[in-house]
Design a protein around this ligand. Structure first.
Ligand SMILES: Cc1cc2nc3c(=O)[nH]c(=O)nc-3n(C[C@H](O)[C@H](O)[C@H](O)COP(=O)(O)OP(=O)(O)OC[C@H]3O[C@@H](n4cnc5c(N)ncnc54)[C@H](O)[C@@H]3O)c2cc1C
Length: 343
């Protein structure tokens, strides 16, 4: 039996959902409408019907780089693509859907042989958002690792699927064309790692485990537990883990990335004063400064943590404190990397 798109919309669209449960910050009030489509078709139906109803929409991924408002605007539909997490394996090409965790991409690569994605191991967040923000770790960035990107242009009433080549996406430091267009990424092609023998069984098994965990991974600790356990299991099966992946784990654990609620680095780096934002915050003695339930991380100056039921207002207060101090002492305003959703 086929169900029509309005019925599907009613089934998918939940009412009165707390956004704090869908952000690694653990912050955000109640959204009037909330949905997590599992396929591109479901996502398109949500877009079509919400357009007919004239609803404003916010589309996001795993919520690891977004500060939701304490009081979301009434009538808005929030759509998380984190259940749209799949991978289609062809000979030399993989197609990954937007909700696939970046960290999963590194493990799936590992199953096949030398992975092109060791740098995305333990990077919270989804592929779609990784492309949107051109996520990077050390010297490697997502924009260099994807080939053809599929997206939907929200300003096109037909909502048809379009494609753009990576070289046309204007990738630069934490920049992409998607930040300047009403385009939603639904997936991307990546070059498959070279491998010997069949791998699709092992890939399907790992994907099924993740999909079974549903939306649970918005807590950073459960995210870390899942992926580090899977890495250890691969290691036990004699898969060789590249040293850079082990280094990443040491670095992120050392900086307490999964101990406290955060959205990672709050500001984009800017070396106008010859040092990273984290180093400037350190020099200004702002590490450990608190406001309400929020604190400038004592471990990494460019992180603002939610340590005790912080509100968005608490985080924004510390963001302003840091920005103003940097402006006063070093003459520039740092640009937030975390996407701040206005009320
Ligand atoms: C502990 C920690 C460490 C981190 N370390 C790093 C790091 O090393 N490097 C790094 O680059 N980032 C890092 N981040 C930030 C974050 O993980 C990445 O930016 C990630 O790509 C965000 O993915 P997400 O799915 O959670 O995005 P969300 O927070 O859900 O969304 C972020 C933005 O992307 C947009 N967006 C999401 N999906 C799509 C889509 N499909 N199409 C179009 N726009 C979309 C949203 O509208 C929003 O504006 C870290 C975060 C944490 C919490």
């Amino acid at each position: 039996m086929t169900i029509d798109r309005y019925e599907l919309f009613d089934q998918l669209c939940l009412r009165h959902v707390r956004l704090s449960g869908h952000s690694s910050y653990g912050i955000g009030g109640y959204a009037d409408y909330f949905a997590m489509p599992a396929t591109v078709e479901q996502f398109v139906s949500l877009l079509e019907v919400s357009a007919v109803y004239g609803m404003e929409r916010v589309v996001f991924g795993m919520g690891s780089n977004i500060l939701f408002p304490d009081r979301p605007k009434r009538g808005k539909l929030y759509v998380s693509l984190k259940n749209m997490a799949d991978l289609t394996v062809n000979e030399s090409r993989w197609f990954a859907t937007a909700g696939l965790p970046l960290s999963m991409l590194s493990l799936l690569g590992l199953i096949s042989g030398p992975t092109a994605f060791p740098f995305t191991y333990l990077m919270p967040g989804s592929l779609g958002a990784g492309i949107y923000m051109n996520a990077k770790y050390y010297k490697e960035q997502i924009g260099d690792k994807v080939d053809m990107i599929s997206y939907i242009d929200l300003s096109d009433p037909s909502l048809s699927l379009r494609q753009i080549r990576a070289e046309d996406c204007q990738f630069a430091y934490k920049q992409s064309i998607f930040q300047h267009k009403p385009w939603i990424i639904v997936g991307a092609e990546v070059t498959a790692p070279e491998h010997e023998g069949p791998i699709s069984g092992a890939i399907s098994a790992l994907l099924a485990k993740y999909q079974g965990s549903n939306g649970k991974l918005s807590s950073l600790f459960s995210f870390y537990s899942f992926f580090s356990r899977e890495l250890r299991e691969l290691q036990a099966e004699r898969v060789v883990i590249p040293e850079p992946m082990l280094d990443i784990e040491r670095y992120r654990m050392g900086n307490r990335h999964f101990t406290y609620r955060s959205c990672g680095s709050f500001f984009k780096n800017n070396y106008a004063a010859g040092a990273s934002i984290g180093a400037l915050v350190d020099r200004l003695g702002l590490k450990g400064v608190t406001h309400g339930g929020a604190v400038v991380s004592p471990f990494h100056g460019n992180m603002i943590l939610n340590t005790d039921q912080a509100t968005a207002a608490d985080i924004l207060y510390l963001k302003d404190t840091v920005s103003e101090a940097i402006h006063r002492h070093y003459g520039f305003m740092p640009e937030p990397e975390v996407v701040i959703m206005k009320e």
